[in-house]
Design a protein around this ligand. Sequence first.
Ligand code: UT7
Length: 319
Amino acid sequence: MHSKIISAGHYLPEKALSNKELESLVDTSDEWIRQRTGIEKRHIAAEDEKTSDMAVKAAEMALKNAGLKGSDIDAVILGTTTPDRTFPATAVTVQDKIGMGDHGFGMDVQAVCSGFIYALSVADNFIKAGQIKRALVIGAEKFSNLLNWDDRTTCVLFGDGAGAVIIEATEDANTGILSTHLHSEGAQRDILCTDGGAGSTKTTGHVTMNGQEVFRHAVSRMSEVVAEALKANNITANDIDWLIPHQANKRIIDSTAKKMKLPPEKIVLTVQDHGNTSAASIPLAFSTAWNDGRVKKNDLILMEAMGGGLTWGAALIRI
Ligand code: UT7
């Protein structure tokens, strides 16, 4: 048994915050942000808009596109670092709001920017094990709540949003999720983290990052995991139709693409419009390309991400 992606949806908050607007908040410039990151704007959720609200909107779009109801879903696996509450899991709110009732289950997965790849891998393995037939896999973040808006080294980088895919069981081994590859290195946990948490400071804390160190790890770890995914499937980068990378920094994406000798036309790039939306970034990019018709049947897609933990991973998917 394998799993294949049958639908995708996404949601971005109404408010778009431009680099120019950020100039009045911190000592930064549109030019610096564009040159160093490729980001032009990011979306920021409204005060009363929760991670689950964005996740539900992305899920509803995916369900509508697939012609399915909430009760057709057996599991909601949600990657997030910004749950509505410390508990319960944000996924159970989604389960309720999309009308699953007590059917199936919902759970959150915490792997920061690699959250969607981890969630996809978890859902894929539930399907492979025969425990569920259909899953909603979501990445949703209200990352703006974790930012110190006085810290120009982090607050200009991130944004809010949600993306969702529906995967379902198939016996066709040549289609769907061909492989997933997950890694972490806990020794690097302090270079990208929050300075608080429920189990320590009793606060959520703010993001702190050693940008240059994270950049260095991102470039090498993502290249490694891309090579691993290609080797595991006995293919070369030439066979890839679309690279859908975590959207943290255009320079990191360009560097991975250069190592793969992949032309820019084969990369789905949304970082300029979304900023870094952590676990939401890959499903937001994927859903954008799925719904505008770029991603087509039989396309071979490589997703890859790296985030706090450090965590990193990849997924190779035949549509
Ligand atoms: O999603 C999880 C993974 N996260 C990432 O992949 C992020 C990885 N890191 C990066 O993307 C980059 O390291 C950054 C975009 C965060 C920073 O770019 P950089 O080229 O590594 O810049 P830097 O940290 O070396 O800083 C260069 C200069 C510094 O000034 P001095 O010391 O040279 O005078 C910073 O203080 O830029 C300054 N700076 C800023 N200037 C204007 C830092 N942030 C800003 C800012 N506006 N927002």
